[in-house]
Design a binder for this molecule. Structure first.
Ligand SMILES: C[S@@+](CC[C@H](N)C(=O)[O-])C[C@H]1O[C@@H](n2cnc3c(N)ncnc32)[C@H](O)[C@@H]1O
Ligand SMILES: O=c1cc(-c2ccc(O)cc2)oc2c(O)c(O)ccc12
Length: 362
């Protein structure tokens, strides 16, 4: 009996070891083929799979889908098999017993446009221009001259590159606008009190004005000033309640009762952030003004997981690849930058968005 128990325990132990080893193999294969997830998602967006399925109530069989999209049925089957394995799209049985494809909550985000679409972010990140700098990541880490990975790949930084490449500038503006739509819904619904009594608000590095357009619509007492570089402002669409102003935030920021900054400070190192924030303080009234910052706040402890909090860690790597000194910051790092710029106090408000809202007072 004792021998049997021992044998069973040993078998269990072997089983656990095998399970661990297969998990190790699965993890290393995620590293080996990680790029495929992005590339195949991009392919799905370009084919318009999500857009087609969205217009159909019933599951769509492979033959119908491939002929509607004008593509090879066997290739489409393989693409969808990969995405279904990742929880993007689903294969279910139709009323007549045939199998057909349907959307999942994630596949819906791959629609080419629409309120919650994240397609523009996939298209930006998977563009050859944004992929090239990743090959220079180790060179960036080893660099003694502080050469950014993007500059190493393209000979200039992202914003200089965008200035002379309108197509890439549009990819950036569209991608950040899609991030802005999702984030601003959460902030408007959960942090409305921040915007009470603000009659003029300048969005520094506001891109194509999507953020201010949403804020002015939700809080119609706000007069919006969308402030960005000339090549961005010159192509920004007109927006009710928003004026577009061109300029350089390192030189001066238009005067307003409050400043808004979203996904801007993470593009820069501490010294540059302090310069930008000092210009923001100069733009607002000393006694009643405030600066509203929407940025990730990283946990001090290193986590291992897949929660929304971990997106900050992923964004940090995106910043390392795409900017020269940009980074995501912990609460302690934010406190340092804000106090060095001259703010007296700040508070951090959580919302369901990835990034909390940091409200800083001079
Ligand atoms: C990552 S995007 C953020 C856009 C927008 N705030 C959003 O979240 O959708 C950064 C923005 O900063 C702008 N920017 C970069 N350097 C700037 C400068 N020196 N002065 C003003 N804007 C600048 C870029 O053109 C870009 O629109
Ligand atoms: O490709 C990006 C993406 C972001 C981004 C995505 C999601 C968020 O919640 C925040 C920001 O920001 C970027 C950025 O600031 C940049 O300079 C280049 C690329 C991206």
């Amino acid at each position: 009996m004792a021998r049997e128990t021992n044998g069973f325990a040993r078998l269990n132990h072997v089983g656990e070891e095998e399970e661990e080893e297969s998990q190790v193999q699965a993890d290393i294969w995620r590293c080996i083929s990680g790029f495929a997830e992005m590339a195949v998602s991009k392919c799905a967006i370009e084919l318009g799979i999500s857009d087609f399925l969205e217009t159909h109530q019933e599951p769509v069989p492979l033959k119908q889908l491939s002929s509607a999209l004008g593509c090879s049925a066997s290739s489409l089957h393989r693409i969808l098999r990969f995405l279904i394995n990742r929880g993007i799209f689903k294969l279910v049985s139709t009323e007549n017993g045939e199998m057909g494809y349907v959307q999942t909550p994630v596949s819906r985000l791959l629609k080419r446009d629409g309120e919650n679409s994240m397609a523009a972010l996939v298209l930006l990140e998977s563009s050859p221009v944004m992929l090239a700098p990743w090959h220079y990541l180790s060179a960036r880490v080893l660099s003694k001259e502080n050469t950014g990975a993007f500059s190493a790949a393209h000979g200039k930084d992202l914003w200089e590159y965008a200035k002379t490449n309108p197509e890439h500038s549009k990819l950036i503006n569209d991608a950040l606008a899609c991030h802005a739509r999702v984030t601003m819904h959460a902030i408007i619904d959960n942090c409305a009190e921040i915007f009470k009594g603000i009659e003029s608000l300048v969005d520094v590095g506001g891109g194509n004005g999507t953020t201010l357009g949403m804020l002015v619509k939700a809080f119609p007492w706000i007069n919006g000033i969308n402030f960005d570089l000339p090549h961005v402002v010159s192509v920004a669409p007109p927006c009710h309640g928003v004026v577009h102003v061109e300029g350089d935030m390192f030189h001066a920021v238009p005067k307003a009762q409050a400043v808004f900054l979203m996904s801007v400070l993470h593009d820069w190192g501490d010294e540059e952030c302090i310069q930008i924030l000092k210009k923001c303080i100069e733009a607002i009234p000393k006694d009643t003004g405030k600066v509203i910052i929407v940025e990730a706040v990283l946990d001090e402890k290193i986590g291992k997981g897949k929660s929304l909090k971990d997106v900050g860690i992923m964004l940090d790597m995106i910043m390392m690849a795409h900017t020269t000194n940009g980074k995501e910051r912990t609460a302690k790092e934010w406190a340092h930058v804000l106090s060095a710029a001259g703010f007296n106090r700040h508070s951090i408000l959580e919302s369901p968005a990835i990034e909390p809202v940091i409200v800083a007072y001079p």
